[in-house]
Ligand binder design. Sequence first.
Ligand code: ADP
Length: 479
Amino acid sequence: MTSLLRTQAFVNGQWISTDQHFNVYNPATSAVVATVTQADSALTLAAIAAAEQALGPWQQLLPKQRAELLRQWQHLILAHQHELAALMTAEQGKPLAEALGEIEYGASYFDWFTGEAERSYGTLLAQGQEGQKSWYQAQGIGVCAAITPWNFPHAMIARKVAPALAAGCTIVIKPAEATPLSALALAQLAQDAGIPAGVVNILPTADPALVGDILTTHPSVKKLTFTGSTKVGKQLMAQCASTLKKVSMELGGNAPFIVFDDADLELAVQALMQCKFRNAGQTCVSANRVFVDASVQPQFIALLKTELSKLNVGSGLDPSVDYGPLINQAAIDKVSTLVRDAVQQGATLLMGGHSLAEQGPLFYAPTLLTGVMASMRIAQEEIFGPVIAVQSFQDEAEAIQIANAVPVGLAGYFCTENYRRIERVSQQLECGMLGINTGAISHAYNAFGGVKESGIGREGSPLGLAEYQEIKNITIGDL
Ligand code: ADP
């Protein structure tokens, strides 16, 4: 195992144990990868105190000085890309090539946000009163808390820690219980890069509510940035209300993927395969409901079946695999239940629909369902697995109406060669992000986030830094 394997909590620049531990499992083999310290209340309070103490000196550095430290951290992340990827595949299961891609993707946020922070300007305001001059400026919001998911154990942290630190904030991070090792390895590299003690703190735990309750109610924490389910996001937001913390919430989606009759069908299939099978379908921007114009459905399904039959499922360490295991038994149970329910309600199972026991208990076959109806659970809930659930539609208005008829709106996709339709449909789909003739929409330059119950705020893009800043208006009188 890599020299970056760390199993203690990281608080105030120190590796700390408590008397409680939990196991991290390899989802491909069910073997224990590591036994990790479980943060308790005292350690959570210590992490907040450390972040508070480190805040002043960190804020006083010039943006350029913070940028130099963050770039050094990024440099070390990329220099250890292979070790980090191996660790991620061991605890999360995704293919090594995808893990490597995730490290690069995460690292790109450091570049982007250090540049953004160096160019974070204030604004001189029009003079409203004789003898006065006013301007407003942005400044780091203070101590931040981050709660992150297991599906992108590196990138979801990088996407939060890079803008937070670039803006002059310090941070306490609670990684997902399934994947703390990627987070702890990042902390080691932060220390090696010279990020001062207390600026970044990591609290692994398998009891998220214990740590989460403190992070969301402690008055010293000024901001919560969360990526995870809508259910937990709502609960954490309610908890943050007691101290009126600012929140950024990247929550669940139920992405529509619409194939219009004038789409390039081969391109549409490629785009769908790309966004459906990344991370075995366990992404919040994964196509969850596939709508195909009834007039092109036979050709589309034929092309799709050919691509699905090429998929190779197995251990992420095998370079030939397209996707690996699901994260745990609950994920397998959920996917199986949704597929079974759809079939019972009248959907047609064309491929898959079962787990791949010969690979291990957490592998699920590429699955294709047609005849899915909007009322079925599989169309209402996030599948988070390698299942394509196809609904058909008759015209554009119907496709838009069904696509919008859910309470969430994170990503959406559609395929068409008609530029007027691109304009029309783009305006009407209720999503925070749209991919048109592409299934890949995430990078640091783009604004990542959702509308409706998919969240609040944006990560990346010119908007992302402001999530970690507050505006201060300053007026000088007696001039
Ligand atoms: P998923 O279903 O994808 O695991 P969750 O929303 O349950 O999504 O988890 C996302 C993150 O939220 C994880 O880090 C998890 O530990 C954390 N989490 C879950 N429940 C709570 C809670 N009550 N308080 C704080 N964090 C929580």
